[in-house]
Design a protein around this ligand. Structure first.
Ligand code: PXP
Length: 240
C-alpha cells in the first residue's frame, strides 16, 4: 500500500501569522490521523518560521502514527532529533532565505558532513531518509551514506507541464526503480496536488508520499479531513 504522510507545517504558518495558539498543528495532526494519514511530517526549520520545538514535543506525545521529522543536517537539529526520537528523520537542505525546500540535498558534495549525522540517527533507531533529486548519482550516494530511505523531490515535476512534465516523471520512475533495486525504500514529495498526484502515485516502487501545502490550503475550502480523504482516494485509485 502507498502510505500518505501529511505535512502539517503550514497550519503552524497560519498560527504564527498572529503569534497565538491557533490553529494548532497538533490538533491538525490528530485530525489527519483520524482521516487516514499513515504518518505526520513536520519540518523544524532553523528559523522556526512554522513548527516550533514545543510542537515537536507535543506531536511525539499525541500521535499514535509515525512522526517524520524533517531536519537540516546541523548539530542543533541532530541533538533535537536524538532527544525527541521520532520514528523517522528526513534530511533536507535548508537555506534561510528560501520560501520552501528548493532542491534535494547534495549527498555527493556533502558526503563527509552527512555521514556522521546519518550514522548517529541510524544508530539511535531513527529511520533516516535523504530528500534528493531523482538522480541516479544522488540515489547511489544516499545509499552509500547508509540511509535506508530516499525521498525523491517532485517539485520540478509539479512545476512543469506538458512534455517537460512527462520527461521528469520518467526520470522519477527510473530513479525509484534504481533505488528500489539498491534495496532503498522510496518516498516522494513536494508540490503534489489533487491534479498531479496520480502519475506519481502510480509508480509502483514508491512506498510513501509526503504532502503538505496543498492539503492545508484545500482544507480552507473543504475541511482538513475531506482534503486528506480525497488525496487518499486519488492515491489508491492510481495504485489500483
Ligand atoms: N517532503 C519534503 C522533504 C519537504 O521538505 C516538503 C515540504 O516541506 C514536502 C515533502 C511537502 O511539500 P508540499 O508542502 O509542497 O506538499
Amino acid at each position: 500500500m502507498l502510505r500518505l504522510g501529511v505535512n502539517i507545517d503550514h497550519v503552524a504558518t497560519v498560527r504564527n501569522a498572529r503569534g497565538g495558539d491557533n490553529p494548532d498543528p497538533v490538533r491538525a495532526a490528530i485530525v489527519a490521523q483520524a482521516a487516514g494519514a499513515d504518518g505526520i511530517t513536520a519540518h523544524l526549520r532553523e528559523d522556526r518560521r512554522h513548527i516550533s520545538d514545543d510542537d515537536i514535543l507535543r506531536l511525539t506525545e499525541a500521535l499514535t502514527i509515525p512522526l517524520n521529522l524533517e531536519m537540516a543536517a546541523t548539530d542543533e537539529m541532530l541533538a533535537i532529533a536524538l532527544k525527541a526520537r521520532p520514528h523517522a528523520a528526513c534530511i533536507v537542505p535548508e537555506k534561510r532565505e528560501e520560501r520552501t525546500t528548493e532542491g534535494g540535498i547534495d549527498c555527493i558534495g556533502q558526503h563527509n558532513r552527512l555521514k556522521p549525522i546519518v550514522a548517529q540517527l541510524v544508530n539511535a533507531g531513527i529511520r533516516v531518509s535523504m530528500f534528493i533529486e531523482p538522480d541516479r548519482k544522488q540515489i547511489d550516494a544516499a545509499h552509500t551514506l547508509g540511509a535506508p530511505v530516499v525521498e525523491l523531490h517532485t517539485g520540478a515535476y509539479a512545476n512543469a507541464s506538458g512534455d517537460a512534465r512527462e520527461k521528469i516523471l520518467r526520470h522519477i520512475h527510473n530513479g525509484a526503480e534504481f533505488g528500489a533495486d539498491l534495496g532503498l525504500e522510496i518516498h516522494a514529495g513536494h508540490g503534489l496536488t489533487f491534479d498531479n498526484v496520480q502519475p506519481v502515485a502510480a509508480i509502483p516502487h514508491i512506498r510513501e508520499l509526503n504532502i503538505g501545502h496543498f492539503l492545508i490550503g484545500e482544507a480552507v475550502f473543504i475541511g482538513l479531513e475531506a482534503s486528506i480523504r480525497e488525496m487518499r482516494r486519488l492515491m489508491d485509485e492510481a495504485r489500483a
